[in-house]
Design a protein around this ligand. Structure first.
Ligand SMILES: [Zn+2]
Length: 356
C-alpha cells in the first residue's frame, strides 16, 4: 500500500474470516451478516452522505488552491461533518474505534505546503493517492446503491422460491443467475449499461494473509485476513462467503425487511419486533401463519420486474437518458421496498409500477 490519506478505515480495513464468521475489530458476526445489514440500510443516511461528500469536495478544492485560514477551517468543518456520517455506516461503525486522523487532515496538510503542491501535481505519488481517495469518496454511496440494487434483484428473482435451503441450492441458483447474466451481457455488448454491472464477475484486488485464530470457546482454526479498500467489495465477499456457508439474506415474510437466514434452515421471519407490536417479533407472528403468505408478494415482484424491463427498453431506444433511467429504477425500487415493508398498499404499488 502506498501513501495514505487519513490513516484509518477509509484508507484500508482488515477483516478476518473463519469458516463461519467475519471478525471486524474483534466483533465476530455470522458470514453474510454485514451484507444483509447493507440490504436493510437506511437510505436517508446515504442521501445525507452524498450531499456531505459534494460539500466537502468543493471546500477541499478551494482550500488546496487558496490555502487561506478561512478556506482551511471550512474544509475541515465539511470533512468533520462527512466523517460523522461515514462512521454511522454499517462496518465503518465497528471500525471507528478511535478518533480519526481525518479530524486533523487539513491542519496536517497546512503544515506542509510542499505536500499540498504534490497533491496538485499529476504524476506524483501523493497526487495518485488523493485522486484515488477522492474517487472512493465519490463512489461510496453509488457503490452501495449498486450492491443493494443488484443483490436484492438477484435474491428476489432467483433465490426466493428455492426447493431447498442448503448451500448446494444456493450455489446452483447463483450459477443459474450468472449464466443468465452472461447472456444479457452478450446482447448488450456495445452498450454501456449500468444494469449489467451485476453481470461482471466480482473481481478486485485484495491483500491476503493467514493466521491461527482462537475463538471465545477456545477453539483454534486457520483464518484468512483480507484487507479491503472499498466497503462494497467487503460486502460482496461477505455475501458470497455467507452463501457458501449456508447463510442467505432473505426478506422477512411479515415485515418485508432483509435479515440473514442462518445455517441452511428455511427461516422466513426476522427476529425483530414486528411493526405496530410492542412485544411480539415477526417470528412469533409468523409461527401462527399459514403458507399463503409465501406467494403474497408475487404480483408486486412481477410488476416491478415488468417496470424494470420497460424502462430498460426505453433507455436502450434512447427515449430516456442514463440519468432518467437511474432515477426511474431507483424510484421503482423504492416503491417495491415500501410495499414489502407494508408502508404502501400492494395494489397501489402495483398500480404505480404499471404506470411507469
Ligand atoms: Zn420481520
Amino acid at each position: 500500500m502506498d501513501y495514505k490519506i487519513n490513516n484509518d478505515f477509509f484508507d484500508e480495513f482488515p477483516v478476518l474470516f473463519t469458516g463461519q464468521s467475519s471478525i471486524l475489530a474483534d466483533t465476530a458476526a455470522p458470514l453474510g451478516s454485514h451484507a444483509a445489514e447493507a440490504l436493510d440500510a437506511d437510505t436517508t443516511l446515504w442521501t445525507e452522505l452524498t450531499l456531505a461528500v459534494r460539500a466537502f469536495r468543493i471546500e477541499f478544492d478551494t482550500f488546496l488552491h487558496a490555502r487561506s485560514p478561512t478556506a482551511a477551517a471550512l474544509a475541515q468543518e465539511r470533512l468533520d461533518r462527512l466523517w460523522t456520517l461515514l462512521v454511522r455506516l454499517p462496518v465503518y461503525r465497528l471500525l471507528h474505534t478511535k478518533p480519526s486522523a481525518a479530524g486533523t487532515l487539513i491542519a496536517h496538510l497546512q503544515s506542509c505546503p510542499q505536500m499540498m503542491d504534490e497533491l496538485l501535481t499529476p504524476g506524483t505519488e501523493r497526487h495518485r493517492a488523493i485522486t484515488r481517495w477522492l474517487a472512493r469518496l465519490d463512489n461510496l454511496v453509488p457503490s452501495l446503491q449498486v450492491f443493494r440494487r443488484d443483490v436484492s434483484r438477484m435474491l428476489d428473482e432467483h433465490f426466493a422460491a428455492l426447493p431447498s435451503r442448503r448451500p448446494t441450492a444456493y450455489a446452483e441458483a447463483y450459477g443459474a443467475w450468472r449464466f443468465l447474466l452472461a447472456d444479457v451481457l452478450e446482447q448488450e455488448e456495445d452498450e454501456h449499461d449500468v444494469s449489467t454491472a451485476a453481470a461482471q464477475p466480482i473481481r478486485f484486488p485484495v491483500r491476503l494473509s493467514w493466521e491461527a485464530y482462537t475463538d471465545a470457546a477456545g477453539h483454534t482454526q486457520l483464518a484468512e485476513r483480507m484487507y479491503f479498500e472499498d466497503l462494497s467489495d467487503f460486502l460482496s465477499v461477505d455475501l458470497m462467503k455467507g452463501m457458501a456457508a449456508g447463510n442467505l439474506p432473505r426478506r422477512c415474510a411479515h415485515c418485508g425487511r432483509w435479515f440473514l437466514a442462518i445455517g441452511a434452515y428455511d427461516t422466513r421471519y426476522c427476529n425483530r419486533l414486528a411493526p405496530g407490536e410492542t412485544a411480539r417479533t415477526c417470528r412469533k407472528i409468523g409461527a401462527h401463519r399459514t403458507e399463503k403468505v409465501k406467494t403474497q408478494s408475487q404480483p408486486l415482484l412481477r410488476a416491478y420486474r415488468r417496470a424494470y424491463e420497460r424502462l430498460k427498453g426505453r433507455k436502450r431506444n434512447g427515449r430516456i437518458t442514463e440519468a432518467e433511467w437511474n432515477t426511474a429504477v431507483a424510484r421503482a425500487q423504492e416503491i417495491k421496498e415500501a410495499a414489502l415493508r407494508g408502508e404502501m398498499g400492494e395494489a397501489e404499488a402495483v398500480g404505480v409500477l404499471e404506470g411507469m
